[in-house]
Design a protein around this ligand. Structure first.
Ligand SMILES: Cc1cc2nc3c(=O)[nH]c(=O)nc-3n(C[C@H](O)[C@H](O)[C@H](O)COP(=O)(O)OP(=O)(O)OC[C@H]3O[C@@H](n4cnc5c(N)ncnc54)[C@H](O)[C@@H]3O)c2cc1C
Length: 435
């Protein structure tokens, strides 16, 4: 019988890794998450969580807690410079899909996932993975951590984000830059979360803003206590820094780009006022997958950004990482838990087939989402062929009514993978499908 540290070793304690850990534990299998940072410090200010991810978060028992620091989206106001184009009614989302679109504070959400994953019992901090050895003649996969420590698992899942070492190892070499098919998009995000805004009253609860300027765009999302989290996107001539997240971003850097722009919640109507009331700001380069390599090889698979980075214009990167985790959870249930199979008896070929099946179940959906995100980015930034961008954007954003948006989004929000066989901790029942 093989001696393992965990049935499932997960590399990366981000949204995908922690969600998967929460599922694996609830399936009654053992798991460890190896996270390179010394303290769990999620990057980012806020996050929007859509119905396609919320069903699973509900199933693992954290939906009600997320709601405590999130706001359901009711309205999206679309403004071109300082002219209001349209107010989209998103309040029907919950009635249509069982869940609303939520706008949540990111650190709190991450903490809830960490706890659901088993906290320090499961997550081993300060563990930067440097190598993975999947020898078909061995009954275990070995993960090597910086410093030389080795851990052994039956399956290894790389949830280690856009600079994934797992993905590079799967492609042949941890150092092979050519194997990196996630490319810089030429855009930079700037985001932050404000202190409670005094100009933001009850009527602004649940109101998001898409602000379209001549040279950039900005979206602001409602958070608890009249806070707003914002995310702006601007074009950069070249990658300003060779990093996904810029350490040392200051409010002044954001004000240099957006300071003079219109913002409805600022007394002066200038965005600089919002930045001045921000508690946290950061900037990050925007990357997107261009080739979609297989999401698995042997007994190793990828989830989340490591497999399918996409632009964040439609806020689906984390939601797709959560969907990945749900689908992987279903396969673990189908192959191991439901038939009460002995994990030890599976061969390298069996487990490779299981993970190949995962890759097959996920590939179309994530590629559709990445394409949709890229197309939506083009519409949102008015960047369409033949110079038609500004006209098409104006027509779509001014005249397409709310019910058409909600109806169109069925393909995305109507698919809500949950895990069969998982003890259902949800306090809210939705019409979800199992994938
Ligand atoms: C500004 C911005 C706003 C966004 N807004 C939204 C939104 O509203 N909604 C949405 O759904 N998505 C959004 N996204 C996308 C979302 O943040 C990502 O898709 C999501 O975080 C991906 O999760 P992940 O678990 O795959 O990777 P990550 O969250 O990046 O986690 C990867 C983890 O792996 C660790 N790691 C890396 N290398 C190693 C290693 N060698 N060994 C051990 N650990 C390692 C990292 O430290 C990190 O903790 C946004 C992205 C940005 C940049």
């Amino acid at each position: 019988m093989a001696n393992v540290d965990a049935d499932v070793l997960i590399i990366g304690g981000g949204i995908g890794g922690l969600t998967l850990a929460a599922i694996v534990r609830r399936l009654g299998l053992s798991c460890k998450v190896l996270e390179r940072t010394e303290v769990l410090s999620p990057v980012g200010a806020g996050i929007s969580l859509a119905p396609n991810a919320l069903a699973l978060l509900d199933q693992i028992g954290i939906y009600q807690d997320i709601l405590k620091t999130a706001q359901p989206l009711k309205t999206i106001q679309i403004t071109r410079n300082d002219t209001l184009w349209q107010k989209l009614d998103f309040s029907t989302c919950e009635a249509t899909f069982g869940y609303p679109v939520l706008s949540a504070e990111r650190h709190n959400f991450h903490r809830l996932l960490y706890n659901a994953a088993g906290g320090e019992e499961t997550v081993i901090l300060n563990s930067k993975v440097t190598n993975i050895i999947d020898d078909p003649n061995s009954s275990v996969v070995t993960v090597v951590v910086d410093g030389g420590k080795e851990l052994r698992g039956r399956l290894v899942i790389g949830a280690d984000g856009i600079r994934s070492v797992t993905r590079r190892i799967l492609a042949g070499s941890a150092d092979d830059k050519a194997a990196n098919t996630i490319k810089f998009t030429g855009r930079v995000h700037m985001s932050g979360i404000t202190a409670p805004l005094k100009n933001c009253g009850k009527e602004e609860l649940g109101v998001a803003n898409w602000l379209l300027y001549d040279d950039s765009i900005l979206t602001t999302w409602p958070c608890i206590e009249n806070r707003q989290w914002f995310i702006g996107v601007m074009k950069a001539d070249s990658a300003p820094r060779d990093r996904s997240v810029w350490a040392g971003t200051t409010p002044d850097m954001i004000k240099d780009v957006y300071g003079e722009k219109f913002h409805p919640f600022a007394e002066s109507k200038k965005f600089s006022e919002i930045v001045d009331q921000s508690e946290r700001v950061l900037a990050s380069n925007v990357f997107a997958e261009v080739e979609f390599p297989s999401m698995s090889k042997g007994r190793v698979a990828l989830v989340g950004d490591a497999a399918h980075s996409m632009t964040s214009f439609f806020g689906q990167g984390a939601c797709q990482a959560i969907e990945d985790a749900a689908v992987l959870g279903n396969l673990l249930n189908e192959w191991v838990v439901a038939p009460k199979a002995d994990f030890n008896k599976f061969t390298h070929k069996d487990l490779s087939l299981m993970l190949y099946e995962y890759s097959e179940r996920r590939k179309q959906r994530v590629q559709d989402l990445a394409k949709f995100s890229a197309d939506f980015a083009r519409l949102h930034t008015a960047n369409l062929p033949f110079g038609l961008g500004p006209l098409v954007r104006k027509l779509v954003y001014s005249y397409v009514p709310s019910w058409v948006w909600i109806w169109y989004l069925r393909w995305l929000y109507g698919v809500q993978p949950t895990v069969a066989g998982l003890k259902d901790l949800s306090e809210k029942k939705a019409g979800s499908t199992t994938n």
